[in-house]
Design a protein around this ligand. Structure first.
Ligand code: SF4
Ligand code: SF4
Length: 393
């Protein structure tokens, strides 16, 4: 009789939940997003990073050696999930050396790609060392609209070809959709298309200013009532009483912490220039990994982020809709001139979301009696401003 003991197994979802829960409470980093490059073959109209798809920015990217060193540092501090993104990852001239190094270091690898560059050779190579998942944006299934949005003729056909190659190769991929004003009417078709790959339809609606301060990407935002309708669709109609009660509990008295999201807990973001942040859109404090070690930079950054509090009497400070709100401080700086400022669009969306979820009429955070004296930036988003104030240490 064999004495061999079998290792206990755990479903992936439960494993991930347990690791993230313990890492979050211990402020241990388990997830990293690494932007490999600003290069991209597309020029999507909403893209926050496309303005850097230029020679002078590409020249500032981390070298291949610096990226490899960073990957080793990430493995050493116990990061498990590594997301490689861009730009477009397959446009990095040494993508495969980076990918295969990260694969050998044992990360659960997630690739973000626009899906238009897959070839037989690429999928064969990926099959031999498969990523944990490949995330591909799918904002339209209409050829003319897709190509209009990416500003590259032929991109839709390349995208379709890429998906078929992945399907044939049985590689794990996920389609994700950004709901915008121009594709609102097309969402049922996009949903059908995504489901034809046996995947659940997943949609988000928040758009961000471009990293150079250009606000033109925000002109594609979906109208708040449409966001509310999407919320209702996602819930399969009005929520049950118990769900309303749970949502009502979220209307709690907020803390005055500037970062109320997961920033500064278990995730890091490194841009293509090697600046460490807590997420793609956190630019209130960055540490250059050309100056600091990864471990040191994380310690400093997380301490800073957790110490940031509202100091003004911004409506955000006491807002009860914060759990329903997508506001990010750096976006508030770019859009309204101040990281503490409310973003009027986010207020509108938070209100409709909260009303749908709680089934109650609620007060708009910028129109309550105590907020008569709103700062100009709160009531009038300055879409003509070019603000890209950054603090990189
Ligand atoms: S594919 Fe991605 S990185 Fe490239 S332009 Fe579109 S959104 Fe930007
Ligand atoms: S942006 Fe508006 S909804 Fe969001 S926390 Fe600030 S005041 Fe509240």
């Amino acid at each position: 009789m064999s004495n061999a003991r079998t290792l206990p197994t755990l479903a992936y979802g439960e494993f991930s939940r347990r690791v993230h829960a313990s890492a979050t409470s211990a402020h241990r980093v388990t997830n990293a997003q690494l932007e490999l490059t600003y290069r991209c073959n597309l020029h999507c109209r909403h893209c926050y990073t496309d303005p850097y798809n230029q020679k002078d920015w590409i020249a500032q990217e981390l070298s291949w050696r610096e990226i490899i060193r960073l990957i080793d540092d990430m493995a050493e501090i116990g990061i498990l999930w590594l997301n490689l993104t861009g730009g477009e990852v397959f446009q990095h001239p040494r993508f495969w050396e980076i990918y295969e190094h990260a694969y050998r270091r044992g990360f659960l690898l997630q690739l973000y790609t626009n899906g238009t560059l897959f070839t037989e050779a690429i999928v064969t190579r990926l099959r031999s060392q498969p990523p944990f998942t490949i995330d591909i944006s799918c904002h339209s299934v209409d050829e003319a609209s897709f190509d209009w949005f990416t500003q590259v003729p032929g991109s839709f056909r390349a995208f379709r070809r890429g998906l078929e190659l992945l399907r044939k190769a049985d590689l794990p991929f996920t389609l994700k959709t950004k709901g915008m004003n121009w594709n609102r009417q097309e969402l049922p078709e996009i949903k059908g298309f995504v489901e034809s790959f046996g995947q659940p339809f997943s949609i988000t609606t928040s758009l961000s200013p471009r990293l150079d301060g250009d606000l033109s990407s925000l002109s594609y935002r979906m109208a708040p009532p449409d966001v509310a309708r999407l919320e209702l669709d996602a819930m399969g109609g009005s929520p049950a009483e118990e769900a309303c009660r749970a949502a009502t509990k979220l209307l709690q008295q907020p803390t005055n912490q500037l970062y109320r999201c997961g920033c500064g807990t278990n995730t890091i973001h490194i841009n293509a220039r090697g600046e460490l942040g807590t997420c793609t859109f956190q630019y209130e404090r960055r540490y250059s990994l050309k100056t600091y070690s990864l471990r040191d930079a994380i310690e400093r950054l997380f301490g800073d982020i957790r110490s940031f509090h509202y100091e003004s009497d911004s409506p955000c400070r006491t807002c009860t809709l914060q759990s329903f709100c997508d506001k990010k401080p750096s976006e508030a700086r770019w859009e309204c001139g101040d990281p503490e400022s409310p973003i009027p669009y986010n207020c509108d969306v938070a209100l409709v979301r909260a009303e749908v979820r709680t089934q109650q009429r609620l007060l708009h955070p910028l129109r309550t009696s105590e907020h008569h004296n709103l700062p100009e930036s709160a009531s009038h988003p300055k879409h003509d401003r070019q603000l890209a104030v950054r603090t990189t240490v």
